[in-house]
Design a protein around this ligand. Structure first.
Ligand SMILES: NC(=O)c1ccc[n+]([C@@H]2O[C@H](COP(=O)([O-])OP(=O)(O)OC[C@H]3O[C@@H](n4cnc5c(N)ncnc54)[C@H](OP(=O)(O)O)[C@@H]3O)[C@@H](O)[C@H]2O)c1
Length: 217
């Protein structure tokens, strides 16, 4: 079974890491420091397949890396970890490049939007990494628990490497997603990231964070 690295100790990293351990994967959660309180607590609760370390430790450990870091600092996280360590590895990028200073409803950081996306910038930074985008279109409670979503809910996926996308699809299926729509190359992350704006207005209107989309086709 492939080993999984999780960059990020927030709600997203925690949910993804917890489900992956439950599925039987060995998982390392990483942060700026080796003994991050949230990561250590997560490892304590998740048994012998769960471990913690720095971003660099995660890059060394994982065959597949889930990027669950704050969008505005994501590129610096890869730099801190060591760009060369991601060569040939699958990166599942879950970020939204939000301009948090602008508050809610969300705005995107201009340097990562419209004519580019954060996923594309990650791919440019590490041309030998296999960057895929998925899971960012739903709230963290649903990401790794697709069975809690309606059966016809659609999960989107994008990336340049067909083999990487097949591997990510397998994990999405293990997460409970049944309808997975491949949007094509990593440029499609532009659409998936700008969905954060639609997400915010739907949430504002419904006060329900756990909604999904269905692409009828
Ligand atoms: N929350 C959701 O439901 C949801 C839904 C869709 C997409 N997303 C996206 O998923 C990503 C993760 O979200 P989240 O709420 O779980 O976590 P977050 O608070 O956005 O990010 C947490 C991680 O960012 C790292 N970080 C923060 N500032 C840093 C800095 N200056 N330098 C290096 N690392 C730094 C933290 O490192 P330390 O561990 O060292 O503190 C931590 O591991 C975000 O891009 C978010 O937009 C979230």
């Amino acid at each position: 079974m492939k080993k999984i690295g999780i960059l990020g100790t927030g709600d997203v990293g925690n949910r993804i890491a917890t489900r992956l351990v439950a599925l039987g994967y060995e998982v390392k959660m990483g942060s700026r420091t080796a003994n991050n309180e949230k990561a250590v607590e997560w490892a304590k609760q998740n048994g012998e397949k769960a471990s913690t370390g720095t971003f660099t430790d995660v890059a060394d450990f994982g065959d597949i890396i889930f990027n669950c870091t704050k969008g505005e600092i994501t590129l610096s996280v890869f730099e801190q970890a060591g760009l060369e360590k991601f060569s040939g590895k699958i990166i599942v990028d879950i970020t939204m490049p939000l301009d948090l200073a602008k508050g809610f409803p969300f705005s995107l950081l201009p340097q990562y939007s419209n004519t580019t996306s954060l996923s594309e910038e990650i791919q440019k930074l590490m041309p030998d990494a296999k960057v895929t985008k998925s899971l960012n279109i739903v709230n963290n409670e649903l990401m790794a628990n697709g069975e809690k979503a309606p059966a016809n809910a659609t999960m989107l996926l994008a990336g340049n490497d067909a083999g990487a996308k097949e591997e990510v699809k397998t994990i999405l299926t293990q997460f409970g997603w049944k309808d997975i729509l491949d949007l094509g190359g990593i440029q499609a992350a532009r659409g998936m990231e700008s969905f954060s704006s639609m997400w915010a207005y739907v949430y504002q209107a419904t006060q329900n964070a756990n909604f999904t989309i269905t692409i009828n086709r």
